[in-house]
Write a protein that binds this ligand. Structure first.
Ligand code: SF4
Ligand code: SF4
Length: 292
C-alpha cells in the first residue's frame, strides 16, 4: 500500500534529519478531497495519504522553501515530477535541495460535491489525467510502487482541432465569451509550475503592461500573455484549468500553443528532463524564420 510506504519513508527521512520537511497529501474536509500537507515532525507522518484524490500538483510549493536551510522531500506523481524538472530548468529549484519520492499514478478521480462515499472505480478521471502522457515520475530519488502503463493520449489535441475548424469570427466570439468571464484572480498563474518569476508583469503598478480593469480587452491581454509566457514550458499538468473558478478552457489555449510549437519546431514535451531546452529557449540555425 502506497500510503504505508509514504509514511515509512517520510518518518525515516525526518527522524534521521535528512530532510526538514515532507510535502505530500492528507485527507481533506470531504472523502473526495485530498489536500497538500507539510510535515515537519516524524510523529505527524500518519497524516500522509495517497489515493485517487491527490490531484494537486505539489511542485510549486518548493518555491516557498527554495532559500530554506536543508532539504525538502516531496512526493511526485508523473506531472509533479515534470513540474520539478521545469522549475530546475528555470534554476528556481536546486536538485541537491530536494528529495524526490516518486509515485506512479493511475490517474486522479472526480466526485461531484455532496455525493455519498462510493466505490472509486466508477468515478471518472479528472480531465488532466485523461490526457496525461507521463503517469510515471520522470525524475525521483526513490520510487514507491510499480510503474503503470501509459494511457492512449492520441486525442489530446481533439478540443484544439475542433476550435481550429471554426471561422475567424466564430473563434473571436468563442474566446470573447470565455475571457469575458475571467475575474483575473490569477489562480491559474499562481498554481502554474511554468510561471515562476519572482515579480510578475501583471502585478506591477507602474509599467502599464496591463490595466487593472476587469473587462474583455484587459482579460484577453492577460490570458493570451499568460499562454505565451508558458509557450514551450507548459507541462500540461492541467492545474490552471483545474483551479480556474470560472471554468475557462485554459488547456485548449495551452495545447493550441503546444500543437503549433510541435508543428513548427518538432515534437517537444516540457519537463521530461532538465537538459533538453524548450523550443523558444534556444536557437537553431534550421529554425523556421518566415517572419524575418
Ligand atoms: S484562474 Fe480563471 S478566472 Fe482566475 S485569472 Fe485565471 S483564467 Fe481568469
Ligand atoms: S499552463 Fe497550466 S497546464 Fe501548463 S504548466 Fe502551467 S498550470 Fe500546468
Amino acid at each position: 500500500m502506497i500510503t504505508e510506504k509514504m509514511r515509512d519513508v517520510a518518518k525515516d527521512l525526518l527522524t534521521k534529519g535528512e530532510v526538514n520537511m515532507v510535502i505530500g497529501w492528507e485527507k481533506g474536509t470531504f472523502w473526495y478531497n485530498s489536500t497538500p500537507v507539510f510535515i515537519t515532525k516524524a510523529e505527524d507522518v500518519e497524516r500522509l495519504v495517497f489515493d485517487e484524490f491527490c490531484t494537486n500538483n505539489l511542485a510549486k510549493y518548493l518555491l516557498d522553501y527554495k532559500t530554506a536551510e536543508g532539504k525538502v522531500a516531496i512526493f511526485v506523481k508523473g506531472c509533479d515530477a515534470r513540474a520539478v524538472n521545469r522549475l530546475m530548468q528555470d534554476q528556481q529549484v536546486q536538485r541537491d535541495k530536494v528529495y524526490l519520492l516518486g509515485i506512479p499514478c493511475g490517474g486522479m478521480k472526480e466526485a461531484a460535491p455532496g455525493t455519498q462515499p462510493q466505490a472509486t472505480e466508477g468515478l471518472p478521471l479528472v480531465e488532466k489525467c485523461q490526457n496525461c502522457t507521463s503517469p510515471n515520475p520522470v525524475v525521483f530519488d526513490v520510487l514507491l510502487g510499480d510503474q503503470v502503463s501509459v494511457r492512449d493520449t492520441q486525442n489530446r489535441f481533439a478540443a484544439v482541432e475542433k476550435l481550429e475548424a471554426l471561422g475567424t469570427d466564430e473563434k473571436y466570439a468563442y474566446w470573447g465569451e470565455m475571457f469575458d468571464k475571467c475575474i483575473r484572480c490569477y489562480a491559474c498563474r499562481n498554481v502554474c509550475p511554468a510561471c515562476s518569476c519572482r515579480e510578475c508583469a501583471f502585478d506591477g503598478n507602474g509599467l502599464n503592461w496591463l490595466g487593472k480593469q476587469n473587462n474583455l480587452q484587459e482579460n484577453q491581454m492577460f490570458n493570451i500573455t499568460r499562454a505565451m509566457h508558458v509557450a514551450g514550458r507548459c507541462i500540461e499538468c492541467g492545474e490552471c484549468e483545474r483551479v480556474c473558478p470560472m471554468d475557462l478552457p485554459l488547456m485548449a489555449i495551452n495545447r493550441k500553443v503546444i500543437k503549433d510549437l510541435n508543428e513548427l519546431f518538432g515534437a517537444y514535451e516540457a519537463g521530461m528532463d532538465v537538459e533538453n531546452r524548450p523550443p523558444l529557449g534556444q536557437f537553431k540555425l534550421e529554425d523556421p524564420e518566415k517572419f524575418m
